[in-house]
Design a protein around this ligand. Structure first.
Ligand code: IMP
Length: 170
């Protein structure tokens, strides 16, 4: 059993998510349909807390993509659960737990753009900017973090620790 140290406390996460929801409401106030997509499984806790705080109407959907085995990226993504709604001419907001190399979100954004949406933006809980290999940045981010393998608040290590109420590191 790994020893987990607290990295970002729950209160700090709640505060940042509230700020982010206000910003999203403001940025999309004159937009039409907004489809907010949760990327399973890691983004679930962030997504639920964020969408409950967004006041405008949204359409919700879930996708599952995979690129990691243990702590290592495999360098490509598989779409395990695909979109269930039509995003053509709609604004799309991808909600993801963490951006690391940027490979997952680059591939996913390309895929979603091929469906002719009006726009595709990205919201992440965490950004490991120092690890980026792709030319991509999130439009919304709660915390920029250093190069640590983090768990909790949805993030896992081999499917464990997702239910920690804070973000920790091993
Ligand atoms: P990227 O494709 O390298 O940007 O990696 C993004 C995906 O890697 C995320 O959706 C996570 O599933 C996983 N990931 C990257 N870093 C961590 C971490 O520190 N803890 C848990 N999962 C991570």
């Amino acid at each position: 059993m790994e020893k987990i140290k607290v990295y970002i406390e729950k209160e700090k996460i709640d505060e940042k998510i509230s700020e982010l929801a206000k910003k999203i409401d403001n940025d999309y106030k004159s937009s039409g349909d907004l489809v907010v997509i949760c990327i399973l499984k890691g983004a679930v806790y962030f997504y639920c807390d964020l969408t409950k705080k967004i006041k405008r109407n949204i359409t919700e959907d879930f996708m599952k993509v995979s690129s990691y085995v243990g702590k290592e990226s495999t360098g490509f993504i598989n779409i395990n659960v695909d979109l269930g709604v039509d995003i053509e001419n709609k604004d799309v907001l991808i909600v993801e737990d963490i951006i690391d190399t940027g490979l997952t979100l680059t591939r996913l954004k390309d895929y979603l753009n091929s469906k002719n949406p009006n726009s595709v933006k990205i919201a992440v809980l965490l950004d490991k900017k120092c690890k980026r290999t792709q030319n991509i940045d999130p439009d919304y981010c709660c915390f920029e973090i250093e190069d640590k393998f983090v768990v909790g608040y949805g993030l896992d290590y081999d499917e464990k620790y997702r239910n920690l109420p804070y973000i920790g590191y091993i």
